[in-house]
Design a binder for this molecule. Structure first.
Ligand code: ARG
Length: 555
């Protein structure tokens, strides 16, 4: 709403809207209107006292969106015309539809987003789910604001653990079980190798062979990778997540040497007990290990190489890494080394961290009854719960039930995560997430479906809109809808999808309050109220899309 004031002021002042915006104040009481604009800072420019300036401006502003614009000493007080504003807002929403709230502030800018990044031959972890959900939402938000985004799935597909897997597979594995249930089988094998310390040396040798390009080593590695990807793809397709590039750590194997050379050239590398390291003690960042004493490279070596390669390839304006908080030091080291290598764009690399999923007892949600939790099982369980909920209310055919349950399950999980500020830990409780009541994804889908059902019952068509009378609750709902674009920018600036999630909930609550207190179909204000329902549905849909959640017409 502030923007309306800023926009009108920008027509009469020689100042950008954004600068005006930061000057506008909210008055201490209603008698001074909805907004106040102090004129002190202009007296130098206009060589007049601020009282005079306020008076002159008040005469120049004539927009009908204001009931009045009053000069009050050195202040300009704006009284918003609620009816006009309501009309304008609803018209705008119904005209712009799925574009409502979007903007072009990011035009010409490119953002690389490193997200998801599961480790192959291991179960898709719950932390990777967080990264996937948050990273995906950030990408949607940036795109909505006109940025170009590149979503990269940086698979963990390189490192000493693959030496272990090769040894383990040769000793304890078999083709049949591998084909049947690859990740579970590889996990089994991995556990077994780790139980035998005598195999460590052999494992190191195998990873070395991989880095040297040995055919047998790479053949096995590739087989593990392809099978893992097949399983991950099932998860991604269930969640409706897509990437612009799938390029994992292995991709940088051959490129690392030239980067290590550069590190030498810049005098950054030191030898320490046979290993090659970069000492970052003086920045309080410890030591960054670049090469082990057997010559094997490390996670950080690959990340540094990947960043340089991505900058060459994409010329990004910003690169964000959506990765758990436990890797904070790692990213600080990576960014510091990039800076020391002389890459000025290192300052545009940002670690967007997230907290942990916890179990009900407050412990880390990684194991249940001592067993690993598999993502597919979680998704499956959620879909089954969704089906139960649907069947409580509706009898529908199996195929439709399947479909709807999947949408509801995604909404439940995505929203269950995104409603929380990302850096905080949260309790992963599917039963709570799936509830149709309260601050949940299904509640939002339900509100949307309710709005759609009113519209279809009334055979609503977008007709000319006039507002005779505005109830308090209608006013509040419209003001909230009008805030949408501000909310998105706020979310983008803070890399915080929860701002949009919380907004969606608040708006849905207002809508439901309106729905319970006001008759829509058959009321005197039917035309206006239907337009309000349609506008709400549109804004909620747009907001949920930014969270990666698709709406459904019926619940
Ligand atoms: N695969 C890593 C892990 O599971 C996460 C990778 C995150 N991205 C990155 N560029 N380091 O811990």
């Amino acid at each position: 709403m502030k923007e309306i004031v800023a926009k009108e002021l920008s027509k009469v002042l020689d100042l950008k809207e954004a600068d005006i915006l930061s000057l506008i104040e909210t008055p201490p009481s209603k008698e001074f209107g909805d907004f106040a604009f102090p004129c002190f800072s202009f007296s130098k420019v206009y060589k007049k006292n601020p009282i005079e300036i306020a008076k002159e401006l008040s005469e120049k502003i004539t927009s009908r969106l204001f009931e009045k614009v009053e000069a009050n000493g050195p202040y300009l007080n704006f009284f918003i015309n609620r009816k006009k504003l309501a009309e304008k807002t609803l018209k705008k929403i119904l005209k712009e539809k799925e574009k409502f709230g979007s903007s072009q502030i990011g035009k010409g800018k490119k953002i690389v987003i490193d997200l998801s990044a599961p480790n192959i031959a291991k179960p898709f972890g719950i932390g990777h789910l967080r990264s996937t959900i948050i990273g995906n939402s950030l990408s949607e938000i940036f795109k909505f604001l006109g940025y170009k985004t590149v979503k990269i799935n940086y698979l963990g597909d390189w490192g000493t653990q693959f030496g272990k897997l090769i040894v383990g597979y040769k000793k304890f594995g078999n083709e049949k079980s591998l084909k049947k249930d690859s990740i579970k089988h590889l996990l089994d094998v991995y556990v077994k190798v780790n139980q035998d310390p005598n195999l460590e040396e052999e494992a190191r040798q195998w990873f070395k062979k991989m880095e040297e390009g040995n055919t047998e080593a790479l053949f096995l590695w590739k087989k593990f990778k392809d099978l893992s990807l097949e399983e991950f793809d099932k998860i991604y397709s269930l969640l409706n997540i897509k990437f612009d590039a799938i390029s994992g750590e292995s991709f940088y194997n051959k490129k690392m040497n030239s980067v290590i050379e550069l590190m030498y050239k810049k005098g950054l590398i030191k030898e320490s007990e046979g290993a090659e390291i970069i000492d970052l003690e003086k920045y309080g960042l410890g030591v960054c290990l670049i090469k082990k004493k057997d010559g094997a490279t490390l996670y950080a070596t690959r990340d540094i190489t990947a960043a340089i390669d991505r900058h060459d390839k994409y010329k990004f304006d910003e690169m964000i890494y959506e990765v758990g908080s436990e890797q904070t030091l790692h990213f600080k080291q990576v960014f510091k080394v990039l800076e020391l290598l002389g890459f000025s764009w290192a300052k545009n690399c940002i670690h967007i961290n997230h907290g942990l999923y916890l179990a009900e007892d407050g412990k880390k949600f990684a194991t249940r009854k001592g067993k690993t939790v598999f993502m597919e099982d979680i998704l499956d369980e959620t879909i089954q719960l969704a089906k139960k909920e649907i069947l409580k209310r509706d009898k529908i055919k199996e195929k439709e039930l399947e479909e709807r349950a999947r949408f509801i399950a995604i909404a439940a999980i995505f929203y269950g995560d995104l409603k929380n500020y990302r850096s905080n830990d949260l309790v992963f409780n599917i039963e709570k997430f799936i509830s149709f009541e309260g601050d949940t994804g299904p509640y939002l889908l339900y509100s949307y479906a309710r709005a759609k059902s009113i519209l279809s019952k009334a055979k609503y068509k977008n007709t000319k809109l006039t507002i005779e009378n505005l109830e308090e609750i209608e006013k509040n709902l419209i003001l909230e809808l009008n805030n949408f674009s501000e909310i998105i920018i706020h979310a983008q600036k803070n890399f915080s999808p929860n701002i949009i999630a919380n907004y969606s909930f608040k708006t849905a609550q207002l809508f439901n309050e309106f729905y319970h207190s006001s008759q829509v179909i058959g009321s005197e204000n039917e035309g206006f109220r239907l337009a309000l329902v349609a506008s709400f549905a549109q804004v909620l849909k747009n907001a949920l899309t930014l969270l990666g959640i698709s709406v459904i017409e019926k619940m």
